[in-house]
Design a binder for this molecule. Structure first.
Ligand code: AMP
Length: 630
């Protein structure tokens, strides 16, 4: 007998969860299901996301609610729209084989009329955020008089977000006789008070110890000087090539800023915070879920309810103001039995905060050292080797070129070939990282490799890119020749579609600026400007020419003017003229490739040209087949 079956789950629900791959109940499900399936018990569960709590209340609801009736029998309240949609999705999948089941999500930022229509069809289960629910009640769009089950999910967070009054209003509309199931990651007094007020002799359960983070999360902290935080973040990302992370910041502004820097530096990253419109947030989440983003930079509030499996790292770019929130943050990783790492990047004065969090979560942090450049190079090198080893070869497409390629390379031995192919990438890591400084505030990294002072490097912006038919080598040569630069000349050349970044020694900056003063490239004036973004070796170091698995990863952006504003809805097209050219169109991959109507359109960056419509053909032509492709 299946374990769920023995806990009382019926065959149609069982069939649905088998399709989801649920074979064994999680600990919370094992304890809660038998208690709730009889339908007459209140519950207080101290459990975080990732424990399987949604199914712990969702499966009983799927079984207890009468889907032959059209009346609303269950109401689930949760703090955020994201969580609301997630719970709705989950419940729909549990009830997939139950005829007549209609589960409706009610949340702010979407059309209240559409939601009303959905309810009028007969919603047996409503999943709602408190604010919109109160609105619905005020407008008399919902009937809660027949509700038999109320679930308060992430109760602590609902209270944190100031929904106390709304909860009281909503609960007062429900019958006195009902079952109430409360889930919370922490149990502050306010939550205990709610439990006492609304529940009778509840079944109490704690999954893991009180306020304790999940067992399989490793907690690390890195101590860096405050000014090096961003560099440390990038170093951590580079040292983990397969990273799939949520980076937590304290304010919306900081969130946007860090995301913009990352986008500029070539990472697949984006921001999630309350200043974005709902459509923008949905879009960011869609990209994150589909892994088009590797790093989601988020505020605590915006990230609540994010239910994405396989998050490898939670990074506290800044620790939360409330130490308790650390538990919420770290709970975004190590979900569903997986393991994960929760990292705090702190400055020397913040050790006390780490100790406080240790007391709250009842777990020790390990102090880690930011890897030095050499370590990152090595890690990236073997990642590359591994990728080559596992790469899927398109036999059909490549076979027609192979005879010519074999002929071209026939004088090279296998060893020589491997060396050269790997060097093609490795040289880039090396030139980027060989002189990278030790970022650990108290030292602790390894010996520096190389010796040039990176502080003397200046990052520059140039208004030429791939759309001008230029690629890394061509652009480097062009700059070096034009400005008469000796060795090493322009380094870390990072070519975007319509503009690029490169670095030169501080001493050469004036020379470069003078050389390009009146320069025309294909009749177009060439602009050189200092890139003054927050990241990098003073001038802002880009990523070392990473090739993106998922394409563009954002056009880049430009430090000088608008400070990397990220345009969450950039997929919707162009903007019009002015400084358009510098905007980062990170999301262009789903867009149409057209857009914009200023005469500066030609400078736009089309993050993922290959997937967008308008410019594809032209881009292909311009790239030329024998051109080196980055
Ligand atoms: P939750 O704590 O409800 O946010 O669930 C975390 C993740 O675990 C979700 O992706 C669920 O689909 C998954 N999950 C829940 N229960 C099980 C189970 N018994 N077996 C496998 N996965 C599960």
């Amino acid at each position: 007998m299946n374990k769920f079956e023995s806990l009382g789950v019926n065959s149609l629900v069982l069939k649905a969860i088998s399709e989801l791959g649920f074979e064994t109940p999680t600990p919370i499900q094992e304890k809660v299901l038998p208690e709730l399936l009889n339908g007459h018990r209140d519950l207080v569960a101290l459990a975080q996301t990732g424990t399987g709590k949604t199914a712990a209340f969702g499966l009983p609801l799927a079984q207890l609610v009468n889907f032959n009736s059209k009346e609303t029998q269950a109401l689930i309240l949760c703090p955020t729209r994201e969580l609301c949609m997630q719970i709705t999705r989950d419940l729909k999948s549990y009830t997939k084989f139950l005829q007549g089941a209609n589960i409706v999500a009610i949340y702010g930022g979407a059309s209240i009329e559409t939601q009303t229509r959905e309810i009028r069809k007969g919603a047996q289960i409503i999943v709602a955020t408190p604010g919109r629910m109160v609105d619905m009640i005020d407008r008399k769009r919902v009937q809660l008089g027949k509700v038999s089950y109320v679930v308060l999910d992430e109760a602590d967070e609902m209270l944190n977000m100031g929904f106390q009054e709304d909860l009281t209003t909503i609960l007062s509309q429900t019958p006195g006789e009902k079952s109430t199931w409360l889930f919370s990651a922490t149990m502050p007094n306010e939550v205990s008070r709610i439990a006492k007020k609304y529940m009778e002799n509840p079944f109490e359960i704690t999954v893991g110890n009180k306020n304790q983070g999940a067992e399989n999360i490793e907690h690390l902290y890195y101590v860096v000087h405050a000014r090096d935080k961003y560099k440390a973040l990038k170093r951590i990302a580079d040292f983990n090539p397969e990273i799939f992370a949520i980076v937590f910041c304290r304010t919306k502004m900081e969130t946007q800023e860090v995301a913009d820097w990352l986008i500029r530096d070539g990472y697949n990253a984006d921001a999630l915070h309350g200043d974005l419109s709902q459509a923008q947030r949905d879009h960011v989440m869609k990209r994150y879920r589909s892994r088009a983003l590797q790093m989601l930079v988020a505020t605590d509030v915006a990230a609540r309810g994010i239910d994405v499996d396989d998050v490898t790292h939670v990074i506290n770019y800044n620790l939360p103001d409330e130490a308790e929130n650390y538990t919420h943050r770290s709970g975004r990783t190590a979900r569903a039995g997986k393991s994960g790492v929760s990292i705090a990047i702190i400055n020397t004065k913040e050790i006390g905060k780490i100790r406080m969090i240790e007391r709250i979560i009842g777990k020790k942090f390990s102090k880690a050292t930011i890897p030095v450049g050499f370590d990152v190079c090595e890690k990236q090198l073997f990642h590359l080797v591994n990728k080559v080893h596992n790469i899927e070869v398109n036999e059909q497409e490549i076979s027609k070129y192979l005879p010519k390629i074999y002929e071209e390379l026939k004088d090279l031995s296998k060893e020589e070939l491997i060396k050269r192919f790997i060097s093609e990438e490795f040289n880039r890591f090396l030139s980027y990282y060989k002189n990278a400084p030790d970022l650990n505030a108290e030292g602790g990294g390894h010996q520096e490799h190389g010796g040039a002072n990176r502080g003397n490097i200046q990052r520059l912006f140039i208004s030429l890119g791939r759309l001008d038919g230029l690629f890394e080598e061509e652009l480097r040569t062009y700059i070096n020749e034009k400005a008469g630069l000796g060795q090493p000349g322009a380094t870390m050349v990072d070519v975007k579609n319509s503009f690029s970044f490169f670095s030169v020694d501080q001493k050469e900056v004036e020379k470069v600026q003078a050389a390009f003063q009146n320069e025309l490239y294909n009749d177009r004036p060439v602009k050189i400007e200092l890139s003054s973004g927050g990241g990098g070796f003073r001038g802002g170091e880009g990523r070392f020419g990473k090739k993106f698995k998922y394409g563009g990863g954002g056009g880049g952006g430009y430090a000088g003017k608008k400070k990397f504003k990220s345009y969450g809805n950039k997929e919707e097209g162009g903007g019009n003229g002015g400084r358009n050219k510098y905007k980062s169109y990170g999301k262009q991959e789903e867009g149409g490739g057209g857009g914009g109507n200023g005469d500066r359109n030609k400078y736009k960056s089309f993050g993922q040209q290959d997937d967008s419509g308008g410019r594809k053909d032209r881009f292909k032509k311009e790239r030329g087949f024998n051109k080196k492709r980055r």
